[in-house]
Design a protein around this ligand. Sequence first.
Ligand SMILES: CC(C)[C@H](C(=O)O)[C@@H](O)C(=O)O
Ligand code: SF4
Length: 417
Amino acid sequence: MAMTMAEKIIARAAGKTEVHAGDIETVTLDYMMSNDGTTHLTIGMYENLKHPRIADKNKLVWIVDHNVPADSVKTAASHKKMRDFARANGIAFYEGKGVCHQIMLEKYVSPGQFIFGADSHTCAYGALGAFGTGVGCTDYLYAMVTGQSWVLVPKTLRFELRGSLPQGVYARDLILTIIGKIGANGANYKAMEFGGEGLASLSIADRIALCNLCVEAGAKTGLCEVDAKTLDYLKAHGREPVAVLNPDKDADYEEVFEIDLSEIRPIVAKPHFVDNVVPAEECSGIRIDEAFLGSCNNGRIEDLRVGAELLRGRKVADSVRFLVVPASRAVYEEALREGLLKIFMDAGAIVMNPNCSVCWGSCQGVIGEGETLISTGTRNFKGRSGHKDSFVYLASAATVTASAVKGEICTAESLTK
Ligand SMILES: CC(C)[C@H](C(=O)O)[C@@H](O)C(=O)O
Ligand code: SF4
């Protein structure tokens, strides 16, 4: 029987020729990523096990990215716990090198893999045709000890993309449009699969932004079909695909959405929910105190190029703190080489070290009572980026940068008019 991408990848991980939505399978993990959000808790549980053991240390990747460099004595202690454990057990360990998902995509993820991350946005790995999904630290611990876990094979929503995005419209606008359409629970425990001729027009950076936010519609994972762009990206990063597992033509989808990319427009998600989306123009004139360009969703070199291009010959408004945070050290170095960081600094932005920054909202750049942030981060929940009585709007790199210049929410198009 025909299979979706999710079914094919799970079948491979389960060592079977066929699985289908609704089956429960035991799977072998290809990688298990964990960050400083919860790893200290995992270690605590591990140390209480009667027979602690690690199934395969080479499959573990631990990354300190949320609160790095440490912002308190408490954080320093939990980082130390993670660092010491990683060293003692030979676990790949990164600290201050970038946001976990960006590092995974640059260095580890390959099509066909089944990957756990102790972080909800692990679904981003579908940009490269891998099944990535977020788990809590108890499930992580089980996988770390046994090398295996279980998965209920999800149903799939298919997104058939046509055409290409208009100039000045980005993958962030596309995924916010989709989330607005299906709602924050619209894909609960389902796979969101992206294909169709329009996919070819989306870069790998676009596909990462697309898959990364699928969890904000409740999805178990996001998946893009593997094509020449995927293989080029892998090659450029020195990797081969593990298995190209594109869906069968007559696979069984719960629903198929036809999306004409040329109809997508700049979108803003208003406080305090990601599916609270409106055309960006409807937010015009809302005063902002801070703007953030970064995160695992939009902190790649492509996003920094968009921001820097808009800032050429312009200044950040006096009333705005504009935080620019490359998603990884590789992105930072590339931005440095291309002269983008100089453009940001000359315009008055604050360029910071690669980390989750104010997307996470407990490290740096947090906003105060009554303040408003426009952000390329992933979430705008109440208190997400600072005080419980503050406001977070989500938008593309272009809308965020244009708003930083104007001091109020505006589209890049309105700035250049
Ligand atoms: C800290 C981590 C567990 C959390 C997540 O699971 O996503 C964070 O990265 C987030 O974006 O809210
Ligand atoms: S950048 Fe934001 S969404 Fe991504 S891992 Fe960090 S806190 Fe989570």
